[in-house]
Design a protein around this ligand. Structure first.
Ligand code: MV4
Length: 438
């Protein structure tokens, strides 16, 4: 078993990992940037070591510094959290080569899934539907024209090494294809050091649906339901819920069967997510995230599981807590991400409570929100027996939540959650733009 674990992250996810470690009897080592001395994860961890200057590139993205600190503090494991180095195969390899346990899937699995062209081909091999498009990289203008004509416009050009909406180009007519192909490829080269692009038919206003998966590393796979993450602003998720109001039992069964087949064949270890776009009764594989995700609490609440504790346990060689197979979902959970709109000092913080409420954060009264990192300062999650009740409960809790000193998106979250579109359950990735005309 792991005795001491280094957390190569900050914020609410680092706090969440510390909580799981406490329950597992694992001591924790936090790393932090010079700006983050007052971060809650630094105060909560058993030990904390400063690893560099505030910009992520000089601290939380410094793979060598994290490994050096892990060895220097006698850790036997490294948890990468979300973002930062969490899907960096080279970092996973460094951790393992240093003799440390990596809390995640094998580096080769991260590498395979990180290449969207390879991931798509792997998904197809396991019977998952993909959007019509190129079967691999598209290199010439002539080839692009042929594929786009076959799919029908609009089409979307994506970077093979991209993800999260970066470097995508939507093309509505053939006359714009050549130019966008060039731009997409050079942007991909500049951002991901890989100019490889591919083409898919563009779906208008789809739902973003993803499945929470846990693998035992030997082919045993548990699917802890889906999450709907359609409510987002410029590719930043705002609201996540489980189950998804747009997924029928038939669609869920097909999605889950494909996910079990894919993750089982990969002998996937730990927590992962498989993302789909859904439209009507159809769904299409998008990508796999080889890490735990920010929105994992909604899945924990409808499956009565502890995803982080299970993820760490499985990677430490313990038997998986979650039963292999597709889990039934109990009730409904909705999460609202609370973002700061500007840096500043939090003066007052009133935390909501009561039945079915969970509040995950790393901030407190007197904490100064920094300009260097993600703007998310908290996640408010509500659970209840039905969607209608869970949304009402979340709105009630948002009314209780008081944050003074920094501007936040609490008002905007209330507007979305009480909109007829959101309440109806019939909405797609275009909801935010529809509500705020931007
Ligand atoms: C798409 C799409 C429509 N059609 N692919 C954006 C992030 C990346 N993971 C995939 N994305 C999209 N891919 C096809 N073929 C629309 C999006 C998309 C989107 C997806 C999920 C959540 C929000 C989104 C917002 C805009 C576009």
């Amino acid at each position: 078993m792991i005795k001491r674990l280094l957390i190569a992250n900050r914020g609410e996810i680092a706090v969440r990992i510390i909580r799981a470690c406490r329950e597992l009897g694992i001591r924790t080592v936090a790393v932090y940037s010079t700006a983050d001395k007052e971060n809650l994860h630094v105060k909560m961890a058993d030990e904390a070591v400063c690893i560099g200057a505030p910009p992520s590139a000089k601290s939380y993205l410094n793979a060598d510094a994290c490994v050096t600190v892990a060895l220097g503090t006698k850790c036997d494991a490294v948890h990468p959290g979300v973002g930062f180095l969490s899907e960096n195969a080279a970092f996973a390899e460094k951790v393992q080569k240093a003799g440390l346990i990596w809390i995640g899937p094998e580096p080769e699995t991260i590498r395979l899934l990180g290449d969207k062209v390879q991931a798509r081909a792997t998904a197809v091999a396991h019977g998952l539907p993909v959007t019509p498009g190129s079967d691999g990289a598209v290199s010439s203008e002539a080839e692009a024209k042929k594929i786009a004509a076959r799919c029908g416009y609009p089409v979307i050009i994506k970077a093979a090494s991209g993800g999260g909406g970066k470097g995508m180009r939507i093309v509505y007519e053939e006359k714009d294809l050549a130019e966008n192909l060039k731009i997409a490829s050079s942007e991909a080269q500049a951002n991901f050091a890989d100019g490889t692009v591919y083409i898919e038919k563009y779906l208008v206003n789809p739902r973003h649906v993803e499945l929470q998966v846990l693998g035992d590393g030997k082919g045993g796979v548990a699917v802890l339901g889906e999450r709907d993450c359609s409510t987002q602003k410029n590719h930043q998720k705002l609201i996540e819920e489980s189950p998804s109001p747009g997924v029928s039992p038939e669609m869920r069964e097909k999605m889950c069967a494909g996910a079990v087949s894919l993750f089982s064949a990969l002998k996937y270890r730990g927590a992962g997510t498989i993302e789909f776009l859904a439209s009507g009764n159809e769904f299409f594989f998008m990508e796999v995230n080889a890490r735990v995700q920010v929105e994992h609490p909604v899945s924990e609440m409808v499956t009565s599981s502890d995803i982080i504790r299970d993820q760490i346990g499985v990677c430490a060689g313990l038997p998986m807590e979650a039963e292999p197979g597709v889990h039934a979902l109990n009730g409904w959970a909705v999460e609202a991400r609370i973002n700061a709109r500007a840096p500043g000092k939090i003066k007052t913080l009133h935390i909501p409570g009561g039945p079915g409420i969970r509040f995950d954060t790393f901030v407190y009264a007197d904490y100064s929100v920094l300009p260097f990192y993600d703007s998310m300062i908290a996640k408010l999650i509500a659970w209840d027996s039905t969607r209608e009740r869970a949304v009402k409960r979340l709105l009630r809790a948002l009314d209780e939540l008081k944050i003074d000193g920094v501007p936040t998106n609490i008002g905007e979250q209330k507007t979305i959650l009480s909109s007829p579109q959101f309440l109806s359950g019939h909405f797609g990735t275009g909801l935010y733009a529809e509500l705020f005309q931007q």
